[in-house]
Write a protein that binds this ligand. Structure first.
Ligand code: ADP
Ligand code: ADP
Length: 216
């Protein structure tokens, strides 16, 4: 699914954020990405999303070298990917179902179809009965599940998460990890950047460990 070959990234005027990264994420795998703050986890996810460009090496996504994509091709890459954030990033003035439907509306789905798929995705995360609420009326754990529903509503091949349980207690964090596991069992490849070593121990999976921009 994803193959990094000797990938490096330095931000303008900064020291290298990532150096010499080589790894492979097989189709259907679920993998953790760990490392201290500043180790390069977010940068790695942004390279996969095409939000930052590598300075060296190749990144293969289903056999396409995405370090060479033109700006016009990046939206097609993004449609294969779902992204879950630490801070949920829901639109506060839109209902839960509208938030989840939005990525589909943007790509040109008919609003009726977008709503149908959004409700199906909310059903998957156990929140169909909250569809017409505003985000502010949900708990933190529920808002994170809405963010996940929005990330998977277009059935992406790859699900990325950046510290998805950073704002949640242990019980809610485990619920969220269980959800990722369920989508993984449906066939999605999953990569989760996390500090949550307790959860990793309870639910062992392959782990990429970053130390100051290098893979350990
Ligand atoms: P992590 O997600 O593991 O905390 P990041 O990928 O955010 O790590 O950061 C890796 C390194 O790149 C850090 O030294 C950070 O300061 C630097 N960095 C991240 N984003 C930028 C940016 N937009 N501009 C300059 N430096 C950045
Ligand atoms: P629908 O067929 O209406 O999309 P599903 O229950 O099959 O209803 O799917 C609901 C949501 O679950 C989808 O939007 C998607 O997020 C996720 N999903 C279901 N099946 C898959 C799958 N095979 N691969 C990836 N995601 C899936």
């Amino acid at each position: 699914m994803i193959r990094f070959a000797n990938v490096s990234k330095a931000y303008l005027g900064g020291k290298p954020a990532l150096q010499g990264l080589t790894f492979h994420l097989p189709v259907g795998s679920m993998t953790y990405l760990t490392g201290h703050s500043g180790a390069g986890k977010s940068t790695l996810l942004k390279l996969i999303m095409g939000m930052e460009r590598a300075n060296g090496g190749q990144i293969w996504f289903n056999g396409h070298d995405i370090t060479r994509l033109s700006p016009y091709e990046i939206p097609f890459l993004r449609r294969q990917i779902g992204m879950v954030h630490q801070d949920y990033r829901l639109l506060p003035e839109r209902s839960v179902v509208d938030n989840v439907a939005l990525p589909l509306i943007i790509t040109g789905f008919h609003p009726k179809d977008a709503e149908k798929y959004a409700l199906a995705a909310l059903d998957r995360v156990g929140l169909r009965d909250r569809a017409n609420y505003l985000p502010v009326h949900l708990s933190g754990g529920e808002q994170q599940r809405v963010d996940i529903a929005r990330a998977v509503v277009h059935k992406p091949q790859l699900l990325l998460a950046d510290e998805p349980t950073g704002n949640l207690d242990d019980k809610l964090s485990m619920d969220i990890f269980n959800l990722f596991e369920e989508f993984n069992k449906l066939g999605m490849t999953v990569l989760i950047a996390t500090h949550n070593l307790g959860l990793i121990q309870q639910k062992p999976k392959p782990c990429l460990v970053l130390e100051q921009g290098h893979l350990r």
